[in-house]
Design a protein around this ligand. Sequence first.
Ligand code: HEC
Length: 155
Amino acid sequence: MPKWLHWMFAGFFVTVLLTASYTAMADPKNEITYRRATMKALGGHMGALNAILSGRVKRGKGSVVVHARAIGNIGKLSHTLFAKGTDKGRTRAKPQIWAKPNQFKQAIAAFKKASAKLASSANNRDMKIVKRAFKAVTKTCGGCHKTFRLPRRKR
Ligand code: HEC
């Protein structure tokens, strides 16, 4: 093979590899949109479940289970919402999430545990047990937001 052809092939493969790794890189903007949409969904299910548990709306066990499981399922993927590089842009995520990863991991773990317990307790006949599990989840939301979320601001 002539040398110039050799270099042409090499150049071609470098271009292919660079293009592939660039497309594999997550776009921080999309990651932030996904995180916020997921958090909103979480807040929606918490609000809906609260309306039932407080007696403001009348619903059967089936509805309680649907909301509680949705909350538990979001708990399962909560650790995937905080990709590196998503601390800049339209976000209220504090840089401490990435600067203090151990403390943040604890906040995620507490939320996972509490939301899993809510999901598994939702079938319970004793509403006191479900309410207690719900309250425990709200504490883990606030616990993380207090330390790792910036105050609301005008965008
Ligand atoms: C481990 C940390 C953590 C936990 C646990 C957590 N959140 Fe969040 N939440 C965040 C962060 C960080 C943001 C800011 C996200 C952003 O702006 O990119 C946020 C944003 C939100 C938002 C605003 C979304 C928007 O941008 O409109 C809502 C609503 C919300 N969380 C609800 C909840 C509820 C309800 C729970 C508990 C059931 C919860 N969160 C648990 C860290 C957490």
